[in-house]
Design a protein around this ligand. Structure first.
Ligand SMILES: *Cc1c(COP(=O)(O)O)cnc(C)c1O
Length: 472
């Protein structure tokens, strides 16, 4: 009641004098009163002054006070060309003048068709069919259900389970969580999930055998599982080359390639979850391209629309598609869809984003920028609390440790990652940690001057928090 009166009073006051600080107070109160934020302990969150973003320009976001912040994590790994990009805005405006939404149930629309053609053109070999949805998680649900029903339609009724990898993250719907393996996020839901086989993701830094040992352990676990259980397994789902939410963990070279070969050999489908790694992020259009891997199903989201609108897609091969292609009476139809499947506004902006990829040579650009960043961060390697710097393209994770030689992690309760990210925010850059791993995933459009400033902030905040000192 008191909050309500306060909000009404602040609304009247801000309308009367237009004071930006009163406006902030009003929004902050409303935020506290009505918003429940994702992946957030609201008790913590409500104790601090909330950051409230008002607009974006280039690779910076501006809060309601007009303060600028570098978007150092691409608004959770999705922004590509920056914010408020004229070409992308125009594509949405143009489409808006035609139609904002119409369904793909029983009819098609212009941008959904044109985007499907473009996606097939850039996707790994063999992926020829596009099934749209609206988030990475729904794209994963679709891939899982397609893989399951694929075997059902082919009469292999025993192939009903999935292989996933330790610390995997594939989204937050129940199917996606069932193939997830991050205990902190997923354990509470275990009783309502279907069980999956879990093999280790090759985490070289924390494997006694290093990169070679970690890779061998993964391949051995996969081989053993496939040798004994392939007739019960529908598919393996993998975050190719880089495991994102698990801590920006980079696979040793050749691992993905060998995993794909094993799946092929034992007749188990391969689902590549490229939601985080797709669209140039790793220095190739898709991470699978780095090792010439052609999955049977591929999920894309996040950067698909340049990070503008919620569109995702699941791409399939003819082989998968054909298992559903039958006379209606055979009941092989894929009964799945979402209200906003193939949304024209989203597809139009995705098309405009892909045009910019071509015109601006975005993927080659990422490789050059990646080596610039690698060079800039090299000095951090010797610092006493920097355990490992992991990088693929413009996807960077810095694992902080209490003891460098024993690799002893910081206790989770110290919240070293959260504190470092808060310090970065004070210094003018936004990011969000993964436990003790500091994440740096800048928009692909960031130029060298911007990357220089952002890496300086990153270093400064790490040193401030772990050593109490300054970078300079
Ligand atoms: C973000 C992410 C998802 C989930 O995507 P949403 O759009 O948040 O549902 C799935 N897989 C990976 C690898 C991701 O990084």
């Amino acid at each position: 009641m008191l909050t309500k009166i306060k909000i009404i009073w602040l609304t009247i006051k801000s309308l009367m004098d237009g004071d930006i600080f009163v406006n902030y107070e009003r929004l902050a109160s409303l935020n506290k009163a009505h918003l429940w934020h994702p992946f957030t302990q609201m008790k913590d969150y409500n104790n601090a002054e909330p950051l409230i973003i008002e607009r974006g320009e280039g690779i910076k976001l501006y809060d309601v006070h007009g303060r600028a912040y570098y978007d150092g994590f691409s608004s959770v790994w999705l922004n590509v060309h920056g914010h408020n990009v004229p070409e992308l805005n125009q594509a949405i405006t143009d489409q808006l003048g035609r139609v904002a939404h119409s369904t793909l149930l029983g009819m098609a629309n212009v941008p959904a068709i044109e985007l499907a053609e473009k996606l097939v053109g850039i996707a790994p070999q063999g992926l020829t069919k596009v099934f749209y949805s609206d988030s990475g998680a729904t794209g994963v649900e679709i891939a899982i259900k397609m893989a399951f029903q694929y075997w059902h339609n082919k009469g292999a009724r025993g192939k009903t389970t999935f292989i996933t990898m330790n610390q995997a993250y594939h989204g937050d719907t129940i199917g996606a969580v069932s193939v997830g393996a991050i205990p902190l996020y997923h354990d509470v839901f275990r009783p309502m999930l279907f069980p999956s086989h879990i093999i280790p993701y090759p985490y070289a830094y924390r494997h006694e055998g290093g990169a070679a040992g970690a890779k061998e352990a993964t391949l051995t676990a996969l081989r053993n599982l496939l040798e004994t259980r392939a007739d019960q397994i529908a598919a393996l789902i993998v975050e190719p080359i880089v495991q994102g939410a698990g801590g920006i963990i980079v696979m040793p070279p050749g691992c993905l390639h060998d995993m794909a070969a094993l799946c092929r050999k034992y007749d188990v489908l391969l689902i590549a979850d490229e939601v985080a790694t797709g669209f140039g992020r790793t220095g190739a259009m898709f991470a699978c391209d780095l090792e010439d891997v052609s999955p049977d199903l591929m999920v894309i989201g996040k950067g698909l629309t340049g990070g503008y609108l919620p569109v995702a897609a699941t791409l399939a091969t003819d082989e998968v598609y054909d298992a559903f292609y039958a006379d209606y009476e055979e009941q092989k139809t894929f009964f799945h869809g979402h209200s906003f499947t193939g949304n024209p506004l989203g597809c139009a902006v995705a098309l405009a984003s892909l045009k910019l990829f071509e015109e601006r040579n975005m993927v080659e650009g990422v490789r050059a920028k990646a080596s610039f960043v690698e060079h800039k961060l090299a000095a951090l390697k010797d610092r006493p609390h920097v355990g490992e710097i992991r990088q693929k393209g413009l996807m960077i994770g810095i694992e902080l440790v209490r003891n460098k030689s024993s690799r002893e992690p910081y206790d989770w309760a110290e919240r070293i990652g959260v504190r470092t990210s808060l310090r970065a925010r004070e210094l003018g850059m936004l990011t969000r940690p993964l436990g003790n791993v500091i994440v740096f995933i800048p928009p692909l459009a960031s130029n060298e001057a911007e990357l220089e400033e952002m890496t300086d902030i990153l270093s400064e905040s790490i040193l401030n928090v772990t050593e109490g000192g300054s970078a300079t």
